[in-house]
Design a binder for this molecule. Structure first.
Ligand code: HEM
Length: 173
């Protein structure tokens, strides 16, 4: 039988690596990729953002899942899982930072799921061969609208990711 502390350290290792990957991917997206895409002509930037966006989404998706699994498991190993779902979470100063991490993580989970759905249903939608000019125009308009929303979401996600990291760092101070 493994000592609980060994489990805790393994979970911590995965938690920290996932945090690095998630926060890194989100910073890369908003600070490097998005400004670069704005400087590329629209037809090209649509293709580039679809290809790179897919990769970032897979990477970020896995990081969010791993952060959730390892984060909640750690609280369970520490015997604090039930406290974070009670008023103790606000009363105990140390748990408040865990709450910040949890809430930001939940926000990222929701916006991430939303982006993935948009990506699959609108951004990368293929039209049948029989599609006419009108269908093409409608898809382009929908893609433009979603792309504008993705941009807004990206800055919101950046704030959430930085807040989650801050919560994690202050919780372990
Ligand atoms: C975007 C999501 C998240 C990020 C970026 C993040 C980041 C971090 C970081 C940087 C640490 C400090 C390193 C350490 O001591 O391990 C940490 C610790 C921790 N995280 Fe997270 N985390 C996230 C989500 C979560 C979630 C959803 C939970 C579950 C409630 C969680 C629970 C914990 C716990 C219990 C600690 C240890 C705090 C302590 O030492 O007392 N994290 N996190």
């Amino acid at each position: 039988m493994m000592h609980p502390y060994t489990w805790y350290r393994i979970l911590r290792l995965i938690h920290i690596y996932s945090a690095i990957v998630l926060v890194g991917a989100i910073i890369f997206n908003t600070v490097v990729l998005m400004p670069a895409l704005r400087r590329i002509p629209p037809a090209h930037s649509a293709v580039v953002s679809q290809k790179i966006g897919g990769g970032l989404m897979t990477l970020g998706g896995w990081a969010i899942v791993l952060l959730g699994v390892t984060g909640f498991s750690r609280l369970w190993v520490l015997g604090q899982l039930r406290h974070v779902f009670s008023w103790e979470v606000i009363r105990l100063p140390h748990l408040r930072w865990d709450l910040l991490m949890m809430v930001s993580w939940f926000g990222l989970l929701v916006t991430g799921a939303l982006s993935a759905i948009w990506y699959k249903t609108i951004l990368t939608r293929k039209l049948p061969y029989s599609a006419g000019l009108r269908d093409l125009e409608e898809r382009r308009a929908a893609q433009q609208k979603v792309a504008a929303w993705q941009d807004r979401l990206a800055y919101f996600n950046l704030s959430l990711a930085l807040l989650a990291a801050l919560g994690g760092i202050l919780a372990s101070f």
